[in-house]
Design a protein around this ligand. Structure first.
Ligand SMILES: C[S@@+](CC[C@H](N)C(=O)[O-])C[C@H]1O[C@@H](n2cnc3c(N)ncnc32)[C@H](O)[C@@H]1O
Length: 400
């Protein structure tokens, strides 16, 4: 049917395609959907597109931690001007037989990356809204535009000069999990923390994880949640997919996919106020039995007790994972080059007391590599460009 499409779109930061695909196939295996999954198409450096299936869509909207958005592409148009855009989307919406909420609803439309279209963003949004409202009205459904309390959030994107209209299956960015308390010092975006856990290949069944400069505990919380395959959103927050008649039967389970896996995670933080925030967030995320929070300088952590950490799941490997995003000397940490150099060197010394472990870092400071490896012949096994928001950085993984 012209203009009606059926695709699942995962959107993440630039450079996230492999990680997002890896996470979705892991989730699909755990949920018994591996056979439904085909290789995705890439639509840019941080976008994957799959054929849509209601089970797969619901699974991604409830469990996919490394994406920033999980959306369902519904309609598209190759029109290059507003009038034909309205006409083609209207006929697509009218012709579409899929039920969304199965009743009247409040909706909103957001534009992403439509600068190349030959009209302003607000005009594109207005045209798409009108086409949806009028198209649904022709099907006997009333959609009311209500940006502040929308039940259904539509997104408009340009992909290869085609306007794609999608329904946001979570109804919000995936990183708004519902456990973040208040902003600590430079907290890591939740989906970026999940990316680090994936890139370091943390196996929560077999290896403990330690974040020595854990700030508000984002890496620790994400690692614990991923080990169990927990839903992304903490109650009472739910993804929009849980309300959609088409997907609801598949999105209703709040149960972890691997409830028998118990990770062992430690997050340590120097600043007492930030440490208190980490404790509150760990509780709110419901992972206090897996994540221990400590307050102090990482140099004072007792190495023997770290070495003897054993994961709560199956047999331990004897190894473990240090995973961290250390201060970079920007934003609020006020550290000068000399202090950072000492901090990174000490971090290197700290890690090398844990032979057999791996250590992964998200760093956006050129001083790090030399200072971290000073006095030791170590090179990163993985060095991958990875930005932290606007800061250009790298993910580095070392075998210790
Ligand atoms: C970039 S932030 C980490 C943010 C964290 N990933 C989060 O999501 O909140 C670095 C943290 O390291 C802490 N820190 C700095 N020096 C430390 C030290 N010697 N020992 C422990 N923590 C330290 C800072 O207080 C800061 O909270």
């Amino acid at each position: 049917m012209v203009g009606v499409v059926d695709r699942l779109r995962l959107i993440g930061p630039a450079g996230s395609n492999r990680v997002m695909a890896g996470e979705l196939s892991r989730l699909a295996r755990r949920a018994g959907l591996a056979r439904d999954l085909v290789a995705p198409k890439k639509d840019g450096p941080g976008t994957l597109v799959y054929p849509f299936g209601p089970k797969l869509g619901a699974l991604a909207a409830t469990h996919h931690r490394t994406s920033t958005r999980v959306v369902w592409d519904l309609w598209e148009s190759s029109a290059a001007r507003l009038e034909p855009l309205y006409a083609s989307l209207l006929s697509a919406v009218q012709a579409d037989t899929r039920s969304l909420l199965g009743r009247d609803f409040r909706m909103s439309v957001e534009a992403h990356n439509v600068r190349e279209f030959a009209a302003g963003e607000r005009q594109v949004v207005g045209t798409v809204k009108n086409a949806i409202v009028d198209g649904l009205a022709a099907r006997g459904l009333r959609a009311r535009v209500a940006p502040r309390d929308a039940e259904v959030l539509f997104g408009v994107r340009l992909s290869d000069e085609t306007v794609v209209v999608s329904l946001d299956l979570a109804g919000r960015p995936m990183n708004q999990r519902g456990y973040r308390d208040s902003i600590g010092r430079a907290p890591l975006k939740e989906n970026l923390a999940a990316m680090l856990v994936m890139l370091a290949r943390h196996d929560g069944r077999r290896e403990p994880l330690v974040d020595p400069m854990g700030g508000t505990g984002t890496i620790a919380i994400e690692a614990a949640c991923m080990s169990e395959g927990r839903p992304v959103f903490c109650a009472p927050r739910r993804p929009a997919a849980a309300e959609l008649t088409y997907l609801a039967p598949h999105a209703s389970s709040p149960e972890p996919l691997l409830a028998d896996t118990r990770a062992t995670v430690l997050t340590n933080e120097l600043d007492p106020l930030v440490f208190e925030t980490s404790r509150a967030q760990v509780q709110r995320a419901g992972v206090e039995s897996q994540v221990r929070c400590t307050c102090g300088d990482f140099r004072d952590l007792d190495i023997d007790s770290l070495r003897s950490l054993v994961p709560g799941g199956r047999a331990a490997t004897g190894g473990g994972l240090v995973l961290c995003n250390p201060p970079y000397g920007v934003r609020l940490d006020h550290l000068g080059e000399r202090e950072l150099d000492v901090l990174y060197e000490d971090l290197g010394r700290f890690c090398r007391q844990l032979p057999g472990w791996r250590a992964g870092f998200l760093v956006a400071n050129a001083l790090f590599e030399e200072a971290f490896t000073r006095g030791a012949r170590v090179r990163p096994r993985i060095k991958k460009p990875l930005n932290n928001g606007a800061l250009r950085g790298y993910f580095l993984l070392y075998d210790l």
